[in-house]
Design a protein around this ligand. Structure first.
Ligand code: FE2
Length: 316
């Protein structure tokens, strides 16, 4: 009965960002994935995102485009003018707004949403977040003209009460399609408070990567890692070598560095000392990777997405 009821939903999800092999029996079907369902979604999503990146590439520095296309990340130190950065950093460090907290292993993440109502109290931050070049770069990397949802993200390492290993410290890929996350660091980050780790070039859809995706998709539902069964494959050292990828790079960077990464590439959180912390302005883009249209860029949709998020959270 449940199957009958949910089948249309599961089918509809094939055309969305849905990625969980365990939650959706169609996505997780060993037979359909042997026939190529998962790799078909990977290839189609990449083709569409290529088109959207091309549509949004005007006015983007060619060096940034090249880095994002070839390495999978854009790294820009000293991003905002020092005084503007300092004003924004002071506002965000003391701002206490609507927060959500997540505990993964012994790492606690505190995210505070920077909705338009919040920015009304944060004039320096509002000014920086309206910077046209900044927004253009984020929209380009996201392949969509809607802005990402802005948050502050504070990480607390080695939290007491947390159990087990932090799953984000294992190298992994987030999902089956190109997708963007960004950090504008408000603290210096290094090995003591944990860096972002990324394998340069691992976002490229090589033949080896496609074969790896294909093989894993067939047994995805029964993989030992819970996150892998939900569509975020883990990457072992053996996988890295089989994929012909270089060593991971740890991004130890000073505050006021902007880092944008395509998290279809292999990445993770670097190790950190217990008791350490780091603060960043953070955001991610999740847009439907099968829709070739890169959005309208109308401000109403940027505002609306915060309302939709609030509504979804109130339903829980
Ligand atoms: Fe991730």
């Amino acid at each position: 009965m449940k199957t009958l009821l949910y089948s249309p939903v599961w089918f509809f999800q094939l055309f969305t960002t849905a990625k969980s092999f365990s939650a959706n029996p169609i996505l997780g079907s060993p037979l359909l994935n042997r026939l190529g369902l998962h790799v078909l979604r990977v290839v189609l999503a990449h083709a569409v995102m290529q088109l959207r990146l091309w549509l949004l590439h005007w006015h983007i520095d060619p060096a940034d485009r090249q880095s994002f296309r070839e390495q999978g990340f854009i790294l820009k130190p000293d991003y905002f003018p020092a005084e503007d950065f300092q004003r924004m950093e002071q506002e965000l460090r003391h701002y206490q707004g609507h927060s959500r907290t997540y505990l993964q292993g012994d790492t606690r993440t505190l995210r505070t949403l920077l909705a338009p109502e919040a920015l009304a109290q944060l004039p320096a931050t509002r000014r920086q977040l309206a910077d046209p070049a900044f927004l253009r770069l984020l929209c380009y990397a996201n392949g969509h003209q809607r802005h990402p949802l802005f948050n502050t993200e504070q990480i607390f390492n080695g939290e007491r009460g947390g159990a087990g290993d932090d799953p984000q410290k294992k190298l992994h890929v987030d999902t089956f399609h190109p997708t963007m996350k960004f950090w504008l660091y408000l603290d210096d980050v290094d090995a003591h408070n944990g860096t972002f780790v990324y394998i340069p070039g691992s976002q490229r859809l090589s033949w080896k990567r496609l074969r790896w995706e294909y093989r894993l998709s067939i047994r995805a539902r029964t993989l030992p890692d819970l996150y892998a069964t939900r569509g975020s494959f883990r990457v072992t050292e053996q996988d890295r070598l089989a994929l012909g990828l270089p060593e991971p790079r740890a991004f130890a960077v000073p505050r006021n560095t902007l880092l944008i990464a395509n998290t279809f590439g292999v990445h993770g959180r670097g190790p950190a000392n217990p008791g350490s912390t780091r603060l960043a302005l953070w955001g991610m883009g999740r847009t439907n990777p099968f829709i070739p249209f890169p959005g309208t860029g109308l401000p109403v949709f940027n505002r609306l997405q915060y309302r939709v998020l609030a509504w979804l959270e109130n339903r829980k």
